[in-house]
Design a protein around this ligand. Structure first.
Ligand code: DC
Length: 227
């Protein structure tokens, strides 16, 4: 799809738990842009495969599922809600299992094509801050600012652990650290659009920074670009 440059975009990519969504949401709010969480779309797809008991090994079943399933988004009080065949599944896709499922189904070409098209359509009609794994490299190659946001594995695991504990999930730090490392490996080593830093992306390591410091830094970089 040809990406229109009528609207401005910030692409934020990076591994799980680097703080992408919190920071992207904050930046979008400050700029009055739409925040698009692409991971949530892969999570909804993963949920569909589990519910329908579709094995990712069965190529025909995956193709058929991608033809049939409808993933769309709406906004409620500025917050993205993912609809899976019309059902709001936002409350069901944040668990560790959903993240693992999302990563597993995201290796599939048909899944990626379907979701990338949706993401590009959204960015063609709004100013957006979009986060994910392949936004700067593939979804929005002409994004006005590309950021590759990372942090050490320990810091990322601790942040995810605290977030899940706050939500009342019963998880261990070791379990989270392992799932983060497995997901990093899978996301960085898949054949199609693996997680990598785009050549023109700015590397930001948030290990020793607060959310506000990272958001302010990105907003500063962006202000220089659009000045
Ligand atoms: O950002 P997240 O943790 O919600 O993403 C869940 C998984 O979805 C991630 O491990 C890989 C996949 N994903 C992807 O392949 N491409 C994206 N743009 C976003 C997420």
């Amino acid at each position: 799809m040809e990406i229109s440059k009528k609207y401005l975009s910030i692409a934020i990519d990076g591994p799980a738990g680097a703080g992408k969504s919190t920071i992207a949401r904050q930046i979008a709010k400050k700029l009055g842009y739409i925040y698009i969480d692409t991971g949530a779309m892969y999570r909804a797809m993963g949920l569909y495969f589990v519910r329908e008991n579709i094995s990712l090994e069965e190529e025909d079943a995956v193709i058929k599922a991608c033809e049939q399933v409808d993933i769309s988004i709406i906004f409620e009080q500025g917050e993205q809600q993912v609809l899976l065949n019309g059902e709001n599944v936002n409350g069901l896709i944040r668990s560790v299992e959903a993240g693992t499922m999302a990563s597993a189904c995201s290796v599939k070409k048909q899944v990626r094509e379907k979701l990338v098209e949706l993401q590009q359509r959204l960015a063609a009609k709004e100013n957006v801050v979009m986060d994910g794994r392949d936004i700067g490299t593939h979804v929005l190659p002409n994004a006005d600012l590309k950021v590759y946001l990372t942090a050490s594995t320990e810091v990322r695991a601790k942040r995810r652990y605290e977030e899940l504990i706050r939500k009342g999930e019963s998880v261990s730090l070791e379990e989270i650290e392992k799932s983060i490392m497995d997901r990093d490996y899978q996301d960085m080593h898949r054949d199609i659009s693996p997680l990598s830093q785009a050549k023109d992306a700015v590397l930001v390591d948030s290990s020793a920074m607060t959310i506000t410091e990272v958001a302010d830094h990105i907003l500063f970089l962006f202000s220089q670009i659009i000045a």
